[in-house]
Design a protein around this ligand. Sequence first.
Ligand SMILES: NC(=O)C1=CN([C@@H]2O[C@H](COP(=O)(O)OP(=O)(O)OC[C@H]3O[C@@H](n4cnc5c(N)ncnc54)[C@H](OP(=O)(O)O)[C@@H]3O)[C@@H](O)[C@H]2O)C=CC1
Ligand SMILES: N[C@@H](CC=O)C(=O)O
Length: 355
Amino acid sequence: MSAVAIAPLAEPVPRTAIVLLGTGVVGRALLTLLGTPAARSLRLVGAANSRRQHVLADGVTPGEVAERLAKAREGRDNLPLLAALDAASATRKVVVDATACAIEASRHAEWLAAGYHVVTANKALAGGHLSGWRALQSATAGGAVYGDAATVGAGLPVLSTLRRLRHCGDSLLTLEGVFSGSLSWLFNQYDGSRPFSSLLRDARRLGFTEPDPRSDLSGEDVARKLLIIARNAGFALGSDEVEVESLVPEALRGVDTKAFLDRLDELDEPLRERHAQARANGKVLRYLARLNQRGRARVGLVEVGHDHPASRLSGTDNQFALTTTRYHATPLVIQGPGAGPEITAQALLGDVLAL
Ligand SMILES: NC(=O)C1=CN([C@@H]2O[C@H](COP(=O)(O)OP(=O)(O)OC[C@H]3O[C@@H](n4cnc5c(N)ncnc54)[C@H](OP(=O)(O)O)[C@@H]3O)[C@@H](O)[C@H]2O)C=CC1
Ligand SMILES: N[C@@H](CC=O)C(=O)O
């Protein structure tokens, strides 16, 4: 039998072309998923970190991104990335934002208005000033989709559930829970036997914290999630309307990230005292977020009894208790791991595939 040469199949026009901003812990986990069969309908045409980018309209191999970026010349410009999306002739063009960069987030509305879908783990726009949220609402009116599942609960079905309830005429009355995976992980195991700073180093190493962990400890990241949920529920809540308790000592608020990381031990004594006080009261510490029926919002550290639902969480568990006009006798509770690169990347991939 003679061997028959089979001509390679012409590369089909991809249905969805994507560019990835951010190749940190979440971005890298997404690159891994882009190499799996689940992502076969997608073509990655560019990727960037804060300093460099690599663009190829014919397709970038996800597994080669790190090497390509390392070899690329220094310089960042989003225009070639958007041009690669246009040149791919795909049915859908998607910018995936896996950065924590406020400047990139400030461009989301502009990209949407230009017809690019945006899928984001970056909460800075939707959870920032109300004007940014309003700009997003106007920008999606043209049909481009804002994929935001990763911004709350690292992809737990919170926003999708809320939208579904609203679609049926239900309304959110109150919201309460633990919205931070890193703070959940920290307080679920902090018993005073190990310095808080040592646990925080582990949380950072495991990819649970924000690039600057002060975004978690200051309550800012939790406040953003509360704002995103509240706004999706129809509350036009301004970022200055959330009362936020910061766990970052005054002296560590203005220093740069490196200096902060070098001085983590300064967190230990104040938290040891809070923990001892809670224990003396027969309680445990949990960082809770609350929105009441009058729209009053607060995030902060609370002593809760052992009968409180948040006292029974483990790992990075988030917990969202939604009381609505129809879930009013007991709340609808969504609970599960709320931080980590792999689940967050999956939330991004899910939003891209859902387009
Ligand atoms: N970790 C988690 O569990 C979760 C994270 N998120 C969100 O995911 C996002 C990313 O988090 P994470 O991966 O942990 O953070 P990392 O710090 O690990 O990664 C951030 C990445 O963004 C890159 N970056 C910064 N500015 C720009 C820019 N202007 N253009 C392109 N790339 C840029 C950084 O570049 P460089 O490498 O050069 O520094 C880095 O690669 C954050 O918004 C976070 O809130 C959401 C849910 C859960
Ligand atoms: N740093 C965040 C990650 C997800 O948004 C958290 O701890 O929840």
